[in-house]
Design a protein around this ligand. Structure first.
Ligand code: IPE
Ligand code: IPE
Ligand code: MG
Length: 233
């Protein structure tokens, strides 16, 4: 889920951008409920990209503080709902305090099946560079051969290798771009873009996205339609 449009939402109301992020954090809570009700097992939220560090300092620090408050407030809720929290991204960019809070929840929730993956200081390109480096180190150390480097090997060196590729990627606020999100994993994901701004995203929108997904014909490069018939054309 690419959560976009908080700034525009705030601007429409003559409020500071941070008010939009605050409202957006409420949407996160609601979306967790929709996913639970719909039986979604993996939800990845794009919360902060590596490029987002270039925003004005007060917005960045406000966002980080909001994240800290959010995790503190919903820590118990996540455990109670039996949701496993995982963070993907460059954790070393985060403050020691935020990192410790996130890692505590990650440990507490490690045994749960349903997963909430939060992309924080995340960049799809950086994730791939990191994978390449980890593989290169193994080859250098002699624990891996160059001929062992295949798609499975690259996938095994991503931040959360056991999480399946997303079936559906939803982006709010109308932008038709990927903005460096899950570049490897999105190879065959279905896209759904809604003009609704993230703070306004609601259950009706969520259900519309799922319905659109259900109506798609995922061919994965083949010719069969979803009823398993050969395409006659
Ligand atoms: C998404 O909303 C939140 C983050 C990227 C952190 P934006 O802040 O990008 O909102 P717009 O795109 O400016 O409206
Ligand atoms: C994408 O939103 C990143 C997140 C949702 C965290 P942006 O607002 O940063 O993306 P661009 O700038 O519109 O591509
Ligand atoms: Mg944006």
């Amino acid at each position: 889920m690419i959560m976009d449009g908080n700034g525009r939402w705030a601007r429409q109301r003559g409020q500071p951008r941070l008010a939009g992020h605050e409202a957006g954090s409420e949407t996160v809570r609601r979306v967790l409920n929709y996913c639970r009700d719909a039986g979604v097992r993996y939800l990845t939220l794009y919360a902060f990209s590596t490029e987002n560090w270039t925003r004005p300092e007060d917005e960045v620090s406000g966002l980080m503080a909001l994240l800290g408050r959010f995790i503190k407030r919903y820590e118990r809720d996540l455990i109670k709902r039996q949701v496993r929290l995982r963070v993907i991204g460059r954790r070393s960019d985060l403050s020691a305090q935020l990192r410790a809070a996130l890692e505590r929840v990650e440990q507490e929730s490690a045994g749960f099946e349903r997963q909430l993956i939060v992309a924080l200081s995340y960049s799809g390109r950086s994730e791939l560079v990191r994978a390449a480096r980890l593989i290169a180190e193994k080859v250098k150390a002699g624990t891996m051969r160059p001929e062992d480097v295949d798609e499975a090997a690259v996938a095994a060196h991503l931040y959360a290798p056991d999480v399946p590729d997303p079936e559906l990627i939803i982006r709010t606020s109308g932008e038709m771009r990927i903005s460096n999100f899950l570049l490897w994993q999105c190879a065959y994901s279905e896209f759904y873009v809604t003009p609704v701004l993230w703070p306004d995203f609601n259950e009706q929108e969520f259900n519309a996205a799922l319905a659109a997904y259900a109506a798609r014909d995922r061919r994965f490069g083949g010719v069969r339609d979803k009823r398993g018939r050969e395409d006659a054309s």
